[in-house]
Write a protein of this length. Sequence first.
Lengths: 112, 109
Amino acid sequence: DAGITQSPRHKVTETGTPVTLRCHQTENHRYMYWYRQDPGHGLRLIHYSYGVKDTDKGEVSDGYSVSRSKTEDFLLTLESATSSQTSVYFCAIRPTGGNEQFFGPGTRLTVL
Amino acid sequence: EDKVVQSPLSLVVHEGDTVTLNCSYEVTNFRSLLWYKQEKKAPTFLFMLTSSGIEKKSGRLSSILDKKELFSILNITATQTGDSAVYLCAVHTGNQFYFGTGTSLTVIP
């Protein structure tokens, strides 16, 4: 257990509404990641963070923003949700100095 | 462009069979290769390999990395129904991890 929680675990929202997903870790890891997982595409990186206020874009960042004001929290925001953002979202951490990655339990988001 | 390709896409076997899952990669800055098991929830970590020729073993699962030919294999011997899952391969390149689309393994009793 890498001490990662995600909230909410499930959410249904409507097109055009803002949505924020939260990833929380308890072990002060420097690196945190947001992925989405869709059938046929596997896990695709949205954004990642390498420290407080230090973030960078991943492969599928359009329509998403992130913030990391504290080491333990990494927030993913959909400013105006679209149906194409219906997906399962996973947060992950990489232990400082390590080369492996561990995942949170995931958030299932449905945009109607 | 960095990429990771897994094969086969899916596999159906009978209990007791041995299976081999493949992962090939093309990346610019290899740091490590990882295998995960995913059963309708979050991926769970199986192995990390960083050097060629090093075989990692955990019970009935084993994995080898070939950094010259840019591939890895995951072997599962004496398969059980509990091995049914999607197996994901990922490559760490420094700041990012690149994932393959996975191999779906179904083990029939």
